[in-house]
Design a protein around this ligand. Structure first.
Ligand code: DP6
Length: 341
């Protein structure tokens, strides 16, 4: 990435967590209780153009637009605009700069697909805004900056392949780092079950998590799970990874459901999809499920069988859409694309 103009377009991917970040130890700095691990995706991306201007050119503050597929720009809704502006404040605070921004953004995946877009969106914004200031921050700085958006998982989206966001007791705010590159060709086939925004945000879920009686127990299990996932990635062993993936997803939702007050992200369709993935395995297809904080089910499998998995998921009436994605290389500058034009 070598772009240094005051107007830059960047795309940054979503990621799917293998070991989940769930529970925030310190909300302002967005510090987790433990290390998390994810796979960076390729197709599910946010595209963001940032244009840096002297503060006096934008007396009403940063302008945040959503770009439609036809290129039309609409002003972002209040909540979205407030989160984006707060993140740009962090960019200004961190860099010591005063410029304001015009920003336009869109996702490659349908915004009504119920896919988490904050990791891709905020990592894209952090990279585009700093580049528009003429700064070329390293991955470590970008990871910390993306995390400070409040979407902790954005810390992992700035890195390609298989990624660890470390949080050891002595160093709870380390940047994400690559565990392995994208050459282990895993697919993520997503069964989309709900298309609306979730009723309870991840931010609120993180806040409630320690109130669950299951929370402490999972913390005890994390070190062994981390070791297993690292080994599985290193040796490309999906049979080793799969059971931990499924246990992690179930524990995340057990914690959510037993938090005070409880949060139910699952839908009946989620249970159906989880069952059909178990049936796929009985049929000899190596496929394992995971879920983030929502009803959708992500099915991890080798790319050679992603078509078989997708067809099986498409047969389930509760599944409204199937998205086929796979491990990816991380963010990139999109030369020739200008969403503000
Ligand atoms: C369940 O606070 O990063 O996906 O702001 O919604 O992206 P969003 O959530 P964030 O929490 C992510 C929680 C998770 C698990 C994970 O990605 O590690």
């Amino acid at each position: 990435m070598t772009e240094t103009r005051d107007r830059v377009t960047v795309s940054s991917p979503a990621n799917i967590a293998f070991l989940k970040y769930w529970g925030t130890r310190e909300p302002r700095q967005v510090l987790p209780y433990h290390t998390s691990i994810s796979m960076t995706l390729e197709e599910c991306r946010s595209f963001t153009t940032a244009h840096a201007l002297p503060a006096e050119a934008l007396p009403n503050g940063d302008q945040i637009y959503l770009a439609g597929d036809d290129g039309a720009l609409t002003l972002a809704e209040d909540d979205f605009r407030a989160r984006a502006r707060a993140h740009l404040d962090v960019v200004r605070e961190t860099t010591g700069r005063t410029e304001r921004f015009r920003v336009a953004t869109r996702n490659s995946f349908p915004s009504a697909a119920g896919m988490a877009s904050s990791a891709s969106g905020f990592s894209a914004l952090a990279i585009a805004a700093t580049r528009a200031l003429g700064l070329e921050l390293g991955t470590d700085q970008l990871s910390v900056l993306a995390r400070r958006s409040g979407s902790g998982s954005a810390a992992r989206s700035v890195v390609g392949g298989f990624v660890e966001w470390p949080a050891e007791p002595g160093e709870p705010s380390a940047p994400a780092r690559q565990l392995a590159d994208a050459s282990w060709q895993l697919a993520d086939v997503v069964a989309v079950l709900e298309t609306g925004p979730k009723e309870v945000s991840s931010r609120e879920g993180h806040r409630r998590a320690p109130s669950s009686p299951c929370f402490e127990r999972r913390l005890e299990l994390v070190p062994e799970r981390l070791a297993t996932i690292r080994r599985a990635i290193e040796t490309r062993d999906l049979d080793l990874l799969g059971p931990v993936l499924e246990a992690e997803a179930i524990d995340l939702h057990a914690i959510a459901m037993t938090s005070e007050p409880p949060i139910f992200y699952w839908s009946p369709g989620s249970v159906e999809v989880l069952g059909s993935v178990r049936t796929l395995r009985l049929d000899g297809v190596p496929a394992w499920s995971t879920m983030d904080a929502g009803a959708n089910v992500h099915v991890l499998c080798p790319r050679e069988v992603e078509g078989t998995v997708a067809r099986r998921l498409e047969e389930i009436p509760a599944v409204v859409r199937v998205i086929r994605d796979h491990v990816g290389e991380g963010p990139r500058v999109e030369d020739g694309l200008d969403l503000l034009a």
